[in-house]
Ligand binder design. Structure first.
Ligand code: SF4
Length: 347
């Protein structure tokens, strides 16, 4: 694998995490790791996110379907009562008009997540199942294949923000192994709270990683501090308070999106409908490959603007094409199948 492409490095780290999480030791037998990529908040997006979930409760979560429950739907399913109740009596008073809550109740019912009925011209609801408390830990990994000393210095400020906010239980930086005796990042003034994973991308069995520095557990269940502006010579730092409730809500939102998308949804933003788009095995991982350019292409280059794009011939669509060079729909289906297989369900 060519680590020049951060995108391909990122997919390798996701595949490795899916097979090997946690980096050392094993997860408790009742815990399942879900791996996703490019998730976060409007302030911060992490390359790889690992959600450690209680396996039994995750199966209970699966009853609500494989699509994520957004904040409005979560407000409905988490507060839906066991007995028929007028929705305004059952759900917390919103700080916006009730009609939006009513829409969310209808959406939740449309997804089969709650029962509703109309009585005396009022919408009543009751829960079908209790929404479980399934998320145990949320871990963020920042992928920086080429973490030179100066790149480490630039990243340090970002990691300091992550540590101050403590939205995740752990923050890691994954970097490609160098020929140095001590990896450059360890020589830098890098936040000690962040773990460091050293990644080998040329292993025969696919990407492998080992721990160079263990992370500290962050105070994810306590209020945090959002650093808006770091202190400079003339200006004082600017902070915002992040409440425990805000953090809980954001963590659950991230976990719901991780559950829905996993890490293989990248084909949705690339051009698998291009005749040059292939999936090639790298160890045990299928990675996108551009036959026209002869390398693993990044999501940025494999876009609408790509000058080498050529649509797949229509005749391909009517045949059961093999994986390599196959038509876009089959590739998307294959990745979706893999995602489903890695997602625990009701069984
Ligand atoms: S030619 Fe462009 S659009 Fe087609 S697979 Fe390669 S990078 Fe993607």
């Amino acid at each position: 694998m060519n680590v020049d492409s951060e995108f391909v490095f990122e997919l390798g780290v996701c595949a490795w995490a899916e097979r090997n999480w946690p980096p050392e030791g094993t997860l408790p037998s009742d815990t399942t790791a879900i791996v996703a990529r490019q998730l976060g908040t409007k302030y911060r997006r992490w390359d790889t996110v690992v959600v450690e979930a209680n396996t039994r409760k995750l199966a209970e979560r699966a009853r609500f379907g494989t699509k994520r429950l957004d904040g409005d739907l979560l407000g409905v399913v988490r507060n839906a009562p066991t007995e028929w109740t007028w929705y305004r009596d059952a759900l917390p008073e919103p700080d916006y008009p009730w009609r939006y809550v009513r829409e969310a109740v209808h959406r939740a019912a449309g997804r089969g997540a709650v029962d509703t009925r109309r009585r005396n011209n009022r919408i009543e609801l009751r829960q079908k199942w209790a929404y479980p408390d399934w998320v145990e830990r949320v871990v963020a990994i920042e992928n920086k294949p080429d973490l030179t000393a100066s790149a480490a210095r630039a990243l340090a400020g970002q990691i300091e923000r992550d540590v101050a906010l403590g939205l995740c239980d752990e923050v890691w930086v994954a970097t490609a192994r160098t020929d140095e005796v001590i990896e450059p990042v360890l020589l830098e003034d890098f936040p000690v709270e962040a773990g460091v994973l050293v990644v080998d991308t040329d292993e025969e069995g696919g990407t492998n990683a080992e721990v160079a520095w263990h992370p500290r557990t962050l105070a994810a269940h306590e209020p945090g501090t959002r650093i808006i502006e770091r202190a400079t010579g003339e200006n004082a730092a600017e902070f915002e308070y992040a409440s425990r409730e805000w953090k809980t809500e954001k963590r659950l939102g991230i976990a719901e999106r991780a559950y829905e998308r996993g890490w293989r949804a990248y084909a949705d933003t690339m051009r698998p409908d291009c005749r040059h788009f292939e999936l090639r095995e790298d160890g045990r991982t299928l990675l996108p490959w551009c036959a026209a350019k002869g390398h693993h292409q990044s999501a940025t280059e494999c876009a609408w603007s790509c000058g080498s794009f050529e649509p797949e011939p229509p005749t391909w669509r009517s045949r059961g094409w093999p994986i390599e060079g196959g038509p876009g729909k089959a590739i998307k289906r294959l990745l979706a199948d893999q995602r489903e297989r890695s997602r625990p369900d009701l069984d």
